[in-house]
Design a protein around this ligand. Structure first.
Ligand code: ATP
Ligand code: MG
Length: 558
């Protein structure tokens, strides 16, 4: 734990509870519903839940992974697997503590029966609309249901009948009997059990009554002996109900719920429903499309797990709902990659450069720096040949004043190699440069050019003899508006039509073609790239741009 740093308010509560002996070690849980992939918002919750457990591991703290699967719907094993993979990839582990909320349907049921016996729950046979009208509003208390004062025996018999499938769906619910005048609408006799004849992935058709989230969740927490149940702010006004359930049910422990603000990010949508819609309607290539705010999408984009965790920790845990600038996430990625990514050479838009004053079979091994941030890594060898590829942007026939690259009569260095002077070029019928000729200045590898010649800068290159053709996918933000959710025409109207550019004819050095999948590096002077997790192979190299060298949007917005 970062002892020096100020603790966030949740960690302060945990520290205080430990100091006062409220618990011996914090037990937390991360409770995803297995109905989609995890996104960066979940990462924030994961960093908090698993982070606290990690910080107090020496005391025996653990964080449970609990699949919140009390709704009867088809479980998707794909989601269950991806959730586990993503949490592990972020660097967290639940050890033995994997739970399924649907494994304790008996316990919820027993608690419901207990409430009925105590006169704290009743079966309501009214239709939904009638019950809704009876709830009242902030100024009007609720009206009691005619079933509110039925006897415990009657209610028990009816609840049994619900369980036995004697009612059609929607014909009866179990309600907690709390307070119809409460200013908190959640306390006005909330529904705690409903009927559904859908089959459940775990329990099949054994049950046709299912506990509501607000009833099941505190019971799951209590069953697992969770000490600190951390959730997002929208559950704050559910907390009285959470506590009521804990106070009135025969629970084995007394967990406490605490709420923190959700993570929202600019130029992004974060709800699973919307992400699913984009996948299903084909706006993106899948949940792990590198433009998606999903954890697997970011992984495929080349965002290091460490950068995501750093970002989540940097955003911090507060009670204020805000919108975090996506540039912060991109900066976290950039700073992690700047430090750790090795440098490689790749030319995205190749232009042939011929060194005319060397023999046809000229070959020379030159040294290039592996990572200027880590001088201890030294250099590596790259073969310079008579013909090389340079980037189209690195040559201009009539350059503007401050152009620091190649143009006729001008001297630049081929990264790691010789200083060269451009001596000629070819144009096609539309005036595009198709070939550049240059001469090397002998003796300039690792040395300055002779007096009187000024070297304008260094450009990257790839040997035409040994370079390998590669596909490069340039990803940009998926949305062009800062707040897609606020678009009156719907969030899809904010999609950025230019969020993906595919270059099929990039040229990369041979070491890049041979790189393993998920290899991360900086293409010198171009950006940070990752060998695609699935599509990259030595025969067909594919690289995804993770992030540019600088924040290009900051400029555009100005
Ligand atoms: P969504 O609203 O995207 O569908 P959800 O809250 O329904 O997400 P769950 O699977 O229920 O998704 O979430 C598991 C946990 O992750 C919950 O404890 C929830 O509070 C937390 N969580 C979800 N989204 C965010 C977010 N944007 N920021 C922080 N925590 C989040
Ligand atoms: Mg949810």
């Amino acid at each position: 734990m970062a002892n020096e740093e100020k603790l966030d308010f949740i960690r302060e509560i945990v520290a205080k509870d430990l100091a006062e002996g409220v618990c011996k070690a914090p037990i937390t849980r991360f409770p995803p519903e297995p109905n989609g992939y995890l996104h960066i918002g979940h990462a924030k919750a994961i960093c908090l839940d698993f982070g606290i457990a990690k910080e107090y591991a020496h005391l025996g703290a653990v964080c449970h992974l609990r699949f919140d699967d009390t709704n009867p719907c088809k479980e998707d094993i794909e989601f269950v697997n991806s959730i586990q993979e993503d949490i592990r990839w972020l660097g967290f582990d639940w050890g033995e503590h994997l739970y399924w909320a649907s494994n304790i349907f008996d316990f919820y049921y027993d608690c419901a029966v207990h409430l009925i016996r105590k006169g704290l729950a009743y079966v309501d046979e009214q239709d939904r609309e009638t019950m809704r009208k009876q709830r009242g509003d902030l100024h009007t208390p609720g009206t009691p249901s005619p079933f509110r004062d039925s006897s415990a025996e009657e209610n028990l018999a009816k609840f049994e009948a619900m369980k036995a499938g004697k009612y059609p769906e929607g014909a009866a619910v179990l309600r907690a009997k709390i307070d119809l005048a409460s200013s908190n609408m959640n306390m006005r006799d909330p529904v705690i059990y409903r009927i559904s004849y859908d089959s459940h992935h775990n329990t099949g058709t054994s049950w046709c009554i299912y506990p509501m989230y607000d009833f099941a969740h505190p019971l799951e927490d209590a069953w697992e002996h969770i000490t600190h149940s951390l959730c997002t702010l929208e559950f704050e006004n559910h907390r009285p109900l959470y506590d009521w359930v804990i106070d009135n049910c025969p629970v084995p422990s007394r967990p406490k719920q605490r709420e923190f603000s959700r993570l929202n990010i600019t130029y992004t949508v974060m709800s699973k429903r919307k992400l699913r819609q984009m996948v299903e309607e084909g706006y993106v290539a899948g949940w792990d499309d590198p433009r998606m705010p999903t954890i697997c999408g970011m992984r495929r984009r080349g965002y290091p797990a460490k950068a995501i965790v750093d970002f989540c920790e940097g955003v911090g845990i507060t009670k204020f709902n805000g919108n975090t600038d996506v540039a912060r996430l991109e900066n976290a990625v950039r700073s992690e990659l700047n430090e750790h990514a090795e440098r490689r050479m790749a030319v995205l838009k190749p232009l042939k450069l011929i060194l005319t004053n060397v023999p046809d079979d000229f070959e020379e091994e030159v040294d290039v720096v592996i990572n200027p941030e880590k001088p201890e890594l030294g250099t590596r060898k790259v073969t310079l040949t008579r013909e090389v590829w340079i980037d189209k942007d690195d040559f201009m026939v009539e350059p503007p004043k401050k152009y620091k690259r190649l143009s006729p009569g001008v001297c630049v260095r081929l990264r790691g190699g010789y200083c060269i002077i451009a001596t000629g070029h070819e144009l096609n019928s539309t005036g595009d440069v198709t070939e550049v000729r240059a001469e090397i200045i002998p003796g300039t590898v690792g040395a300055n050019p002779p007096e009187g010649i000024k070297c304008k800068g260094a450009i990257h290159w790839v040997s035409a003899k040994y370079g390998v053709r590669a596909e490069v996918r340039l990803y940009d933000r998926l949305f062009k508006d800062e707040a897609p959710d606020a678009n009156p025409d719907g969030f899809l109207a904010s999609l950025n039509a230019e969020s993906l550019t595919v270059l099929k004819d990039a040229m990369v050095e041979p070491a890049l073609a041979a790189a393993p999948n998920e290899f991360l590096c900086q293409f010198e002077r171009t950006g940070y790239f990752v060998a695609d997790r699935y599509d990259h192979s030595p025969e067909h190299p594919v690289f995804n741009r993770s992030v540019g060298l600088r924040d290009s949007w900051a400029k555009i917005n100005k």
